[in-house]
Ligand binder design. Structure first.
Ligand code: A3P
Length: 308
């Protein structure tokens, strides 16, 4: 692993006072420990054809997607008063490919999560043609979320961090999991090549219309709601259980270590902040807005993907 890492471009974030270094692997930026897990997974991960992959770029709504998918798939075992989501961070309910060393696959759960770009997924996943759910979000809110998240991980007060510098780096394509547009486009192209096996969920649409998106997700996962379940209010119960208001107020999500093997690396509370659509308006200048909108337009032009 050391030999591989030595050959990769590195970037140390000056806005995080040098406390965070990313490695560029197959065109995307990664944390060292997660990249090591990803490389190991590329060599050893054996996908089951029944696996369903939950994919995202960090800060796009991963925590929400994991909670919803878990609640949908396990609803015959647990209800809203007995769900493991009440006592466990959603990230720990579903194993992730990059963290396979610490969290083995769960035998009776078909869900697997990853922040890896499509092109870096272990080949066994592509060969098995398993289903993929991809969640994405307005890049401007992703940047604001990232601006708040990274200082926490780096143990720095956010007040010590310049939003302008964060913006500039993300704009250059340097961010955890970035370039963001390439991450989305990799999965978007896969969805065109493998119609029916990849769905896209948009964070803002889910906020606006949770019911139809949750129903669509359940159908895609292969766990559709029956008419009786709909009548009994199961869809609403799942939405409520997985809502930001509920999850962020649970004792377990107010603190506690996320990765026990890396003390202090990520606290559960880091994954819950504001969960609004449009917080970027409080941070972006007009110039920043125009610049990033123009960039996204250029990157997506001709791809058929419309983010607005
Ligand atoms: P903000 O920082 O804008 O508040 P990820 O899960 O991919 O790391 O994304 C984190 C973002 O999702 C954060 O956004 C967080 O507040 C929001 N989030 C976390 N749980 C959520 C939930 N249950 N519903 C909606 N948004 C949620």
């Amino acid at each position: 692993m050391e030999e591989i890492l030595k050959t990769l471009p590195q970037h140390t974030c000056s806005w995080l006072k040098g406390r965070c270094t990313f490695y560029k692997y197959e065109g995307f930026w990664h944390f060292q420990n997660l990249l090591e897990g990803a490389i190991l997974a590329q060599q050893t991960f054996k996908a089951r054809s029944s696996d369903i992959l939950l994919c995202s770029c960090p800060k796009s709504g991963t925590t929400w997607l994991k909670a919803l998918a878990f609640a949908i798939v396990t609803r015959n075992q647990f209800d809203e008063s007995s769900s493991p989501l009440l006592t466990t961070l959603p990230h720990l309910c579903i194993p992730s490919i990059e963290n396979m060393i610490h969290e083995p696959m769960k035998e009776n759960l078909p869900l697997v999560a990853t922040h890896l770009p499509y092109a870096t997924l272990p080949k066994s996943i592509l060969a098995s043609n398993c289903k993929i759910v991809y969640i994405y979000r307005n890049i401007k809110d992703v940047i604001v979320s990232y601006y708040h998240f990274m200082p926490k991980v780096s143990k720095l007060p956010v007040e010590d961090v310049s939003f302008e510098q964060v913006f500039d780096e993300v704009y250059q394509g340097i961010s955890w999991g970035g370039p963001y547009w390439d991450h989305i486009l990799g999965y978007w192209k896969a969805s065109q090549e493998r119609p029916g096996s990849v769905i896209f969920l948009k964070y803002e649409d889910m906020k606006r219309n949770a019911r139809s998106n949750v129903t669509r997700l359940a159908e895609f996962l292969g766990y559709p709601f029956s008419a009786e379940e709909e009548k009994a209010g199961i869809v609403e119960n799942i939405i409520k259980l997985c809502s930001f208001e509920n999850l962020s107020n649970l004792e377990v999500n107010k603190s506690r270590n996320h990765h026990q093997n890396e003390p202090g690396f990520m606290e559960n509370e880091y994954f819950f902040r504001k969960a609004t659509d449009g917080d970027w308006k409080n941070y972006f200048t007009d110039e920043m807005k125009n610049k990033i909108d123009k960039l996204m337009d250029e990157k997506l032009s001709g791809t058929g993907l419309v983010l607005k």
